[in-house]
Design a protein around this ligand. Structure first.
Ligand code: PHE
Length: 405
């Protein structure tokens, strides 16, 4: 983008040296898959929200946020890698596309003690069947009065268990152990913090139990994790078809955030999960690009509030092309993938580093990438792919300042 301003959602932003959003990415901000009731992303969102019946649900926040909202307010350090221009889409130095729904935690918490946020989020990434630069997250948080948290939580869990006796058992080890790597916040009372951790795990165990209702004995495990905005923190994993699948990140909210939200006397938990990852396994969808398909053969398969297995339509043949060039010190794979996305759009199925070597004399690094082109809904012709590949070769030289081999 070379123009001096960009318009997103009717608002205009000045560009600068940080600007790295592309028209292909900005187009995605208009799609709002989580608001189409018969779309798998919205179906999973709706099913999850039934586990949090009296939570206020925000699902129309703009994807354009400040770096303060996405990072600073959430206690990210100034040198946190998530801020890098190679990982994040910037409109300019101060304005970006959110990389997670946590960007709205603070605002939502000033208004509500029980909240959900669902939204499209943006991250620069590699290209394959499970990565896409736009995906959807759902955030949840619940706050308690610090003074009465232990008692309130004990009652709430007991009531929940009494009323959901039929929802099936869950196989999990969730004794909360606090370690130096995953510490309690100094300001927190240990009993209150442990109660909040119990409530967090209990609530999310119930949620996945409902979501995977067809799995007879679902195995769940809680792994220590690290997030700038929670402590202690955990990731939840579930055993699905023999593999541990990371489902969500969570933890006890950093007290500074609650102070900034005007709620210093509360204590609470938060979680964030990726909707695509769950939809891929629950619907049996083989490729993340399908969520963006406008093909009726995809869209017509689903109905609101129902999980049904995806029936694949024929896979069209792939067209494989390689590109080799001498890279330079500024080269980053995500920048290369961005150009592929931009030139080829969703026809780019997979990008793999095939080969690399350093020239013994000149010490220059040569890389060879293999690009798999395939459309989800039609046959691609060799002529058309050759044109795309030619355009890619031009753009790579122009934008990355590398030398083709
Ligand atoms: N925002 C985190 C992510 O995108 C997930 C998270 C949300 C973790 C809330 C803890 C609490 O990975």
């Amino acid at each position: 983008i070379t123009s001096e301003s960009i318009t997103v959602g009717g608002k205009t932003y000045a560009t600068d040296t940080f600007t790295n959003v592309t028209p292909t990415i900005l187009e995605k901000t208009t799609r709002q898959l989580h608001l189409i009731p018969s779309h798998p992303i919205a179906i999973i969102k709706d099913l999850i929200s039934t586990s949090f019946p009296d939570f206020k649900h925000y699902d129309k926040f703009s994807p354009v946020v400040t770096t303060k909202e996405n990072f600073d307010d959430l206690c990210f350090s100034d040198d946190h890698p998530g801020r890098a221009v190679t990982d994040t889409y910037y409109l300019n130095e101060k304005i970006m596309l959110r990389t997670h729904t946590s960007a709205h935690q603070l605002q939502a918490m000033t208004e509500s003690d029980k909240l959900l946020v669902t939204a499209d989020v943006y991250r620069r990434d590699e290209i394959d069947a499970s990565h896409y630069p736009v995906f959807h997250q759902m955030e949840g948080a619940q706050l308690f009065d610090t003074k009465t948290a232990v008692e309130d939580i004990r009652k709430s869990i007991a009531a929940d268990l009494a009323s959901s006796g039929a929802s099936g058992s869950i196989n999990t080890t969730d004794t909360t152990v606090i370690t130096p790597e995953n510490p309690k916040q100094d300001c927190h009372d240990e009993a209150a913090m442990l109660a909040v951790a119990d409530h967090l795990k209990h609530s999310l165990n119930m949620m996945v139990r409902r979501l995977f209702a067809h799995e007879k004995d679902l195995q769940v495990r809680w792994i220590e994790a690290q997030f700038p905005f929670t402590s202690p923190s955990w990731e939840m994993e579930i055993l699905y078809q023999g593999k541990w699948l990371e489902v969500l990140g969570s933890g006890v909210i950093k007290q500074d955030i609650l102070k900034n939200a005007g709620k210093p006397d509360k204590i609470g938990w938060a979680f964030g999960l990726g909707l695509e990852r769950l939809a891929l396994v629950l619907f049996g969808i083989p490729d993340i690009r399908l969520f963006w398909s406008q093909d009726e053969r995809f869209l017509r398969q689903f109905e609101p509030s129902q999980i049904q297995k995806f029936k694949p339509f024929s896979k069209y043949p792939a067209c494989i092309k390689d590109i080799s060039f001498w890279s330079n010190e500024n080269f980053h794979e995500n920048n290369f993938c961005e150009i592929v996305r931009d030139v080829a759009g969703d026809i780019a199925e997979d990008v793999q580093l095939l080969d690399e070597f350093v020239h013994p004399k000149t010490k220059k690094r040569s890389v060879c990438y293999r690009i798999n082109y395939r459309s989800m809904d039609r046959n691609v012709t060799n002529v058309e792919i050759n044109e795309i590949q030619e355009k890619l070769r031009e753009e790579v030289v122009k934008r990355l300042k590398v030398e083709l081999r």
